[in-house]
Design a binder for this molecule. Structure first.
Ligand code: DX5
Ligand code: ZN
Length: 218
């Protein structure tokens, strides 16, 4: 199966975003990952829907929007209208998840659910029947540049086995601490989408680094 690379722009400088998006547009990565943080669900703040919509004109790549926010319902229309292709929110928020899922699907946008490292995989089991992707967090959400948590590998395997046995069409995306080595462990465990932030941005050339990572897995 093809491995999709979703570069996380959180790894780059926000002052340079137009250039970064244009460079990722030239790359072989299929997705671009946007980490939205509200300083409430996670202890960090990033950007909102206007930031995403301002970048939408510069590329046709799949906008993979990861909402690490509470009050998803209140802001959902804004993220839909910003040009998101996939909207993922967290299982751990206190809202009616089924309603959010239906609303996103109704707009012909793919829907994902993300789970934090301490959340057992069984808690997402029933929702796997109504979503397009699951994001398995392999770091505590909130910051880029953290170390990969090997403890999450079993979770990936369990989700993969369940999705396969139930014949579901759900992508398994890994977010946090991905590099060649950790990425390979995740792919072997059943993942098919890899988010990569700091690993790509710390290299000299973003475009070359992104293509290299993509070629390594495909
Ligand atoms: C963490 C974010 C990640 C982050 C990944 O809360 O969800 O998407 O940007 O960054 P790295 O690859 O640096 O761990
Ligand atoms: Zn993310």
């Amino acid at each position: 199966m093809k491995t999709i690379i979703s570069p996380s722009i959180l790894g780059g400088s926000f002052s340079n975003m137009e250039k970064i998006i244009k460079s990722l547009d030239q790359s072989e990565a299929e997705y671009i990952h946007f980490d939205v943080m509200d300083g409430d669900f996670v202890p960090n703040l990033t950007f909102g829907p206007q930031f995403i919509s301002n970048l939408r004109d510069h590329t046709k790549k799949v906008f993979d929007v990861h909402l690490m926010i509470n009050r998803v319902g209140k802001f959902l229309d804004d993220y839909i209208n910003a040009g998101s292709d996939i909207i993922t929110f967290h299982l751990e928020i206190e809202e009616n998840l089924d309603e959010l899922i239906s609303k996103i699907k109704g707009k012909n946008i793919k829907v994902g659910i993300a789970i934090k490292p301490n959340t057992p995989w069984e808690e997402i089991k029933s929702l796997l029947h109504s979503i397009d992707q699951v994001i398995v967090m392999t770091v505590e959400p909130g910051f880029g540049g953290q170390s990969f948590m090997v403890s999450q590998i079993d979770k990936i395997k369990n989700i993969f086995n369940y999705v396969r046995d139930q014949k579901l069409n759900v992508d398994i995306e890994i977010d946090g601490g991905v590099n060649y080595e950790t990425g390979k462990t995740c792919i072997d465990a059943g993942a098919n989408i890899l988010v990569a932030g700091s690993f790509l941005f710390k290299q000299e050339n973003l475009l070359t680094a992104t293509n290299k990572l993509n070629n390594f897995f495909n």
